[in-house]
Design a protein around this ligand. Structure first.
Ligand SMILES: [Zn+2]
Length: 265
């Protein structure tokens, strides 16, 4: 790829408000600036994303995060957004076939050239992220033309080493994560220019229920450096796997609890 516009129409599929901005805020802003269509899909309203559920009961937090996401996408120039409306924290329990069918409908309608989502590891190891990545790979396999690219967000080894102490301090990753990727495994790596980075930070700042504490603790400069890179591997559209399949991150392959010895991918 020589230019961002070569990605064509981009469909991003994410689990919670803020995933899209952390992992692809720069990509979306650059694509919109280049005149590309960008459509963003969010599976849940993130209504359980708080350490203070007394102050933020689910209904109130869902409403707040809906507003925050709209403001964030405004900053990035993204005008098209869809909710799937699943419950935060329960994506892995949603029947995959239903979620995949909804994504297939969106793919039919939008006809994306590039679909951007989580890899099988779910970036942070969050089960919602893993489920959304799985649904999306299946929907691309099912509904998208063969030329459609599937880009899966990745953590680079350099980044994980550079930010290890910060990531541990703020509990960014589930135990055993991240799964890191080598440079030669990446198909797209963006080091954001200062203007785009400032816009990404502004977009993330709009999601203050998720970012205000972190920005205050890290300081804005360090926070900006922390989100300055976006990296993706070329995903392989994957047929819908069964409800008992799980991602074995140590061996980087799908396994199925129904047939324990089998590795599906
Ligand atoms: Zn998330």
């Amino acid at each position: 790829m020589k230019q961002i516009s070569d990605l064509g129409t981009i469909l991003g599929v994410w689990a919670h408000p803020d995933d899209e901005a952390y992992l692809s805020g720069g990509l979306m802003a650059l694509a919109r600036d280049a005149g590309s269509r960008v459509v963003c899909v969010t599976a849940t309203h993130g209504e359980r994303g708080t350490a203070d559920p007394l102050r933020w009961p689910p209904d109130r937090l869902a409403a707040q995060r809906t507003t925050e996401l709209r403001d964030c996408l405004d900053v990035l120039g993204v005008t098209e957004h869809h909710w799937l409306g699943y419950r935060d924290g329960e994506c892995a329990r949603v029947p995959s076939s239903g979620a995949v069918a909804r994504l297939c409908d969106l793919i039919d309608e939008i006809r994306p050239d590039t679909v951007v989502t989580f890899g099988p590891d779910g970036q942070t190891g969050h089960p919602d992220h893993q489920a959304v990545g799985r649904w999306t790979a299946a929907a691309v396999d099912w509904a998208a033309p063969a030329r459609t690219r599937l880009l899966q967000s990745a953590v680079t080894g350099d980044w994980a080493r550079q930010w290890r102490i910060v990531n541990e301090r703020f509990d960014v990753f589930a135990p055993g994560y991240p799964v890191t990727r080598r440079d030669n495994e990446l198909s797209l790596r963006l080091s954001l220019d200062p203007g785009t980075l400032a816009r990404k930070v502004k977009a993330l700042t709009a999601q203050s229920t998720q970012t205000a504490g972190l920005i205050a603790a890290m300081g804005e400069d360090q926070y900006a450096a922390w989100v300055a890179e976006e990296a993706f591997t070329e995903g392989v559209p994957a047929p819908l796997v069964c409800e008992r399949c799980w991602w074995d991150h140590e061996n980087a392959r799908w396994r199925c609890a129904g047939t324990p010895a089998a590795s599906l991918r």
